[in-house]
Design a protein around this ligand. Structure first.
Ligand SMILES: Cc1cc2nc3c(=O)[nH]c(=O)nc-3n(C[C@H](O)[C@H](O)[C@H](O)COP(=O)(O)OP(=O)(O)OC[C@H]3O[C@@H](n4cnc5c(N)ncnc54)[C@H](O)[C@@H]3O)c2cc1C
Length: 317
């Protein structure tokens, strides 16, 4: 028979140790709330592997690793406990206390700050796994430098894809942008791409297959207009076909927005009292490090107010 899980009482549990979750932990720790941060993977989230971040105020060129290490140290210095590689099995958010259950523990808590961020959508081809990191990439800032004077293809047609393509032209000898319909990116980015002689844009074109021995050597593409299939020789591809918010765990507890994010305003309060959404997981227009840090700040400060009000018998949200 499986052993009974140990129940642990907390005031604040934070889900996710990216910029939003770590900032919330820093603030909550500083207010003596002894927050617990549960992270299913590696601490740091999306920015962990980025090389030179040019737009974080006051720290030009800082690497994702150094920035995250500094915020983690600050949060732990204020008493936050960060539990890495501890996947959450289920949550129950509507009642108080709320429950967050991992393999070994059930955490009972008054406040949950959801800061689980998002992930890039994977290429829906069975061979994708075989070539991941060996020609198939998702982060141009992290891996682009591996393709100096090589042939690159970028998949996707939104702003992120076109910006990635523009960025990668600094390394590529030749770059293809492959998209299954028309480009949706802003005109200014499209214009920049069109002006670059290294670039060929293939619209109404779908990627159908990946080929190569130990690493990617060619991609199979289908021209949807002519119906013609052919192969392109490439050294690497960068996939930019959208993102998925990490909200599967919450879908039975919170009504999610159409894009899968958690609806919450600038105050980060969700529809459930005591539950906040911070960072890229929150439904909002601008998703950057600074906005993730801002959300973490807001959620932690309003969490402290919520807890203080409850102690005074005022349960208003
Ligand atoms: C390649 C790249 C480069 C970027 N460059 C810049 C830049 O230069 N400047 C800038 O401002 N922004 C940049 N961004 C955007 C920026 O990284 C994000 O806006 C920001 O990191 C979002 O932080 P977050 O904490 O909300 O989410 P995330 O960074 O996504 O962190 C969420 C964390 O939650 C964890 N998690 C998910 N689900 C669970 C679960 N069920 N249980 C426990 N933990 C969970 C994840 O493992 C992750 O660690 C970049 C993004 C990428 C991908």
């Amino acid at each position: 028979m499986a052993a009974e899980k140990k129940h642990i009482q907390k005031e604040v549990v934070i889900i996710g140790a990216g910029m939003a979750g770590l900032t919330a932990a820093l603030y909550a720790g500083r207010m003596n709330l002894r927050p617990l941060v549960l992270e299913s993977g590696l601490i740091g989230g999306q920015i962990a592997n980025a090389t030179g971040i040019e737009n974080y105020p006051g720290l030009p060129g800082v690497s994702g690793r150094d920035l995250i290490a500094a915020v983690q140290e600050q949060a732990e210095g204020f008493g936050a406990v960060i539990d890495e590689f501890d996947p959450i099995q289920r949550v129950s958010l509507k009642e108080t206390p709320k429950c967050v259950e991992t393999e070994s523990f059930v955490y009972e808590t008054d406040v949950v700050i959801i800061a689980s961020g998002m992930e890039r959508r994977r290429l829906p081809l069975t061979e994708e796994k075989k070539y991941a990191g060996k020609g198939v990439h998702y982060c141009e800032l992290c891996d682009g430098h591996m393709y100096q004077d090589k042939v690159i293809a970028v998949m996707g047609g939104g702003n992120a894809a076109v910006d990635a393509a523009n960025f990668l032209t600094k390394y590529a000898r030749k770059l293809y942008l492959v998209h299954r319909s028309q480009l949706r990116a802003d005109e200014i980015s499209r214009e920049k791409l069109r002006e670059n002689k290294k670039v060929t844009v293939l619209l109404e074109t779908e990627i159908k297959a990946l080929h190569g021995d130990s690493r990617l050597e060619r991609i199979g593409i289908l021209d949807k207009t002519s119906g013609e299939s052919r192969e392109l020789a490439v050294d690497g591809i960068f996939v930019n076909i959208g993102v998925s918010p990490n909200t599967t765990l919450f879908k039975d507890e919170i009504a999610l927005a159409a894009d899968g994010r958690i609806p919450a305003g600038e105050d980060c309060r969700t529809a459930i009292p005591g539950v906040f959404a911070a960072g890229d997981v929150r439904q909002k227009e601008v998703r950057q490090l600074t906005t993730a840090a801002a959300d973490g700040t807001t959620a932690a400060i309003l969490a402290e107010k919520y807890l203080a009000n409850r102690k005074r018998g005022n349960v208003l949200w």
